[in-house]
Design a protein around this ligand. Sequence first.
Ligand code: SF4
Length: 702
Amino acid sequence: MNSLKKYKTTCCYCGVGCGIVVTDTGNGRIHVEGDKEHPVNRGMLCSKGMNLHYTVNDKTDRLLYPQMRMNRSMPMQQTSWDEALERTAAVFKTFIAKYGPDSVGFYVSGQCLTEEYYLWNKLMKGFIGSNNIDTNSRLCMSSAVVAYKLSLGEDAVPVCYDDIEASDCILVEGANPAWCHPILWRRVEAHRAANPDLKIITVDPRRTQTATSSDLHLQINPGTDVTLNHAIARVLIERNWIDNDFIANHTDGFEELSAKVFERTLEESALICGVSVDDIQKAAYWIAQAKGFLSMWTMGLNQSVIGVNKNLSLINLSLITGKIGKPGNGPFSLTGQPNAMGGREVGGLANMLASHRDILNPEHRAEMENFWGGTKISDKMGLTATEMFKGLESGKLKAIWIACTNPMVSLPDARMAEAAMKNARFVVVQDISSRTDTIKFADVVLPAAAWTEKEGTMTNAERRVSYLHKIGEAPGETLADAEIICRFAEKMGWGAHFNYKNFGEIYQEYTRTTEGTNIDVTGVSYNLLKQNTVQWPYPAKDRNAKGTARLFEDHQFYTANKRAKIHGVPDANESESTNNNFPLILLTGRIRDQWHTMTKTGRVNKLKQHIPMPFLEIHPHDAQERGIENEAIVEIKGKRGSVKVKAKLTDEVKPGNVFLPMHWGRVLGNDFGRANNLTNNLVDPKSKEPDFKYSAVEVVKY
Ligand code: SF4
């Protein structure tokens, strides 16, 4: 056993970024355990991480060779890499010549490695000449990205996990880390066990496990986060529990916020939010008293038609109290996917370029044009995730290449997404698994290497960059995604610009684009990362330093005038309205042991045991009114479709709200539990993130 080779790597599921020791047990099989020396998880793994080896060892659903068909009524046929990529290149060239570069698009994933993300962006923006590349991270944290830029001047998470242990008050809003970021939550629990005075406040319309283990649960009505955050800000301002010096010296916009929060009385806000005035005051008091005040959030704030405003109103609480840039303090957006942050670093959204440059900034475009030496970078924003599928539906977008994601389950308004894919003239699906619902729409299928079968880097939620080893050979004819992109670029005629000796060269090219930026990683290399993970920025001149755990310790923010911006945003929710036909608000979310659309975790028996089937949480009052009993099959009807599922009667949701997990697609052969039959296509106007967590529905006995 001792002779078996061990490798240190990083979990490929969530943005916590736990260290994993992988033992290569031979024949393509592995065993995993937590890395006791890793600064994030200190040896701990959650149920998903602990069972990762099953998804690698079980290759029954793996795509093993390229496939294609000449039309969708024909079955897929095995083909060679050359044929598959030559045909794809020919189709892309034809569309580009006939309809222009904006007729094609790439839709990628927060699970791609940084190198892959970099190449996708370079190819689309720097050579094809369109900005039509977006990612499923748009569905996840783009509201937080916009809010960080508007308030701090940069998409830069200012805190680190070690701030958990330095905090006295943690405010969790629109997140259930006990289930969705479990190892981070175990650190919170351990911190509380050692410090019983720690106050945990959870803001969530559901009584989740996180809420249950908190000192205060503000069970707000869906969509009222801004009103609540404003009410807390009002108490802080009224009682002078704010940091006047910090506000005067390091921020702009306080007057705007102050005017806004006094537009409502506390009583009025409490009524809108469905919580008590006392609880709002208690939350404000705990925040004010804390030497370390940490806020954490995820999809409850981000996946909203007012997601940016929700984020800004929460970040305000850190800024008006001056609780940022100090140990234990700051606003912490918890990334959902393992490499959503790495993707943003290299420009992985339709509005960005490498190293957080902006598409709309002519200097930024010129810098990258010179660096890449390809074509002129378009000054037009690319299509975002939902816009791409609308583009396919309308015929504006002709061809789409989907890599490492399963939009037929994960996009809102599944019927529209399906209509879009049916209307697409050409679809390439690049994946590891034959289980994705998206594959049935493909014209070309490209088999990709999986975690442990390729090398590269990822960045977790605290800006920690880690190196992932290639541990075993990829099965069949599968290739690493980066290699597939380079081979395609060569078929398109740009091979000289995508000719790398190894993956380390791709990473080094990316690091050069960061020089002098706020996310400078010119000091980072594969060699360094093979020894240690590091947090950016990490410029070459700091080669002997250990990276940057916490930002803004000098209170110099990344805005033009170095001052953070406080925003007094409107508090109205813009979601679709309930009415007599659809009187209930549908919330969607994750369960503990499943990941995204279950193409990996859905194969692991141990993980299925936790919650094997989709369910609808409905309050007993609402159930009784409709004659629905616990475990009965119900039909959830919405404006865009319907879903059948088993009812779970519980007071964990308030009357008027129902909850459905987001993981299930058509795995059961029908629409059983497919949440996105019901969700809508509304997006936040600034972040373009969909409003997944607020749809009007009715529930009836089936
Ligand atoms: Fe993996 Fe996230 Fe679990 Fe850590 S918390 S083991 S990163 S899924």
